[in-house]
Design a binder for this molecule. Structure first.
Ligand code: MTE
Length: 311
């Protein structure tokens, strides 16, 4: 039996003053600005606190995956194809002076430093399930901003039907790129309405800390109702496009990986069922939920579509 969660299970909590204080500290730690501020004096931190922003917190009544599991069991082929490779091989990945270019069908294209792209006052904590196509899942407290909020600033034109994302290509810094296991750069894409959906997050941290390298530092996507591979890491380029963009796993194996890749227990992967999943750290498998449990929020995006055809 499939247990469907209600949207009320994910609530934007109005937090108590003490909790706000603690959350703010967590957010500050999570932001690029915050990372610097950890070293700064407390009066400076207090001054920023006084700007009066209220971090939003979206909770989920499920046990959070331990930090060590979320940071030692990763898929990040730029740093090796084994699950434990990224933690080791990305250890010294230098993400300082990171810049992201935004272009394509928009009125205000640009190349921005991270601190100009993300205003730390806008950061939110969102606890989301991440369901990997390989039938395991985790529950992770991300820190980020809704992608739509970021994209709006660049004023997409009416031709912007999709959003395309690319990861850095730099084999010297990303040793996995010395092998052709994938056609680099790693590419992903969303339909514009998926990109603008309030659940879609652009994340810069997790567990109250800046994003660990192996999880996609310094900036990655998180699309909680889609299989994990849509959540592209270490983004350097975002383009608004008129045509559906190429995506890495679809290019690699179109029979097995579609453009949409919505979590769907009723549509099997050609080589295995997607009906159940193993939550990392648990022994028994659990049922996979339609749209990974976010059906109430996102099903309307796909009204009338044949989800077996558009998998
Ligand atoms: N992004 C890039 N650039 N390269 C990758 O290999 N792997 C994807 C996705 N993003 C990947 C990527 C896959 S298959 C998954 S399941 C998630 O990242 C894993 O995210 P996590 O390691 O934070 O759990």
């Amino acid at each position: 039996m499939i247990k469907i969660r209600k949207s009320s299970d994910c609530r934007e909590a109005e937090v108590t003053p003490e909790a706000i204080y603690r959350q703010r500290r967590a957010f500050m730690k999570g932001s690029m600005l915050g990372a610097g501020l950890l070293l700064a004096s407390s009066p400076l931190r207090a001054a920023l606190d006084l700007q009066g922003y209220k971090p939003k917190v979206m909770t989920l009544d499920e046990e959070i995956t331990p930090f060590k599991d979320a940071t030692r069991y990763n898929n990040f082929y730029e740093f090796g194809t084994g699950k434990s490779d990224p933690a080791r091989q990305a250890k010294d990945f230098d993400t300082s002076d990171w810049r992201v270019s935004i272009g394509g069908e928009c009125a205000r294209p640009g190349e921005l430093a991270l601190e100009d792209l993300i205003d730390s006052k806008d950061l939110e904590e969102r606890i989301y399930r991440l369901r990997c196509v390989e039938a395991w899942s985790m529950v992770i407290p991300w820190i980020g901003i809704p992608l739509g909020k970021l994209l709006q600033r660049f004023e997409p034109t009416s031709k912007a039907k999709y959003v395309a994302f690319r990861t850095l290509v730099d084999p010297d810094r990303m040793p996995g790129q010395k092998r052709d296991v994938l056609d680099w750069p790693y590419r992903e894409g969303l339909r514009i309405d998926e990109a603008m959906h309030p659940l879609t997050l652009i994340a810069v941290g997790m567990y109250g800390k800046p994003m660990p390298n192996q999880n996609g530092a310094p900036i990655r996507l998180v699309v909680p109702w889609k299989y994990g591979f849509k959540s592209i890491k270490s983004i350097v380029r975002i383009d608004f496009t008129e045509q559906q963009p190429q995506t890495t796993w679809n290019m690699q194996n179109p029979r097995e990986y579609g453009f949409y890749s919505n979590v769907n227990p009723k549509v099997s992967h050609p080589r295995w069922s997607q009906a159940r999943e193993r939550r990392i750290g648990e022994f028994f498998k659990r049922d996979t939920l339609m749209f990974n449990g976010y059906e109430e929020e996102v099903a309307s995006l796909y009204a009338g579509m044949d989800l077996k055809k558009y998998f």
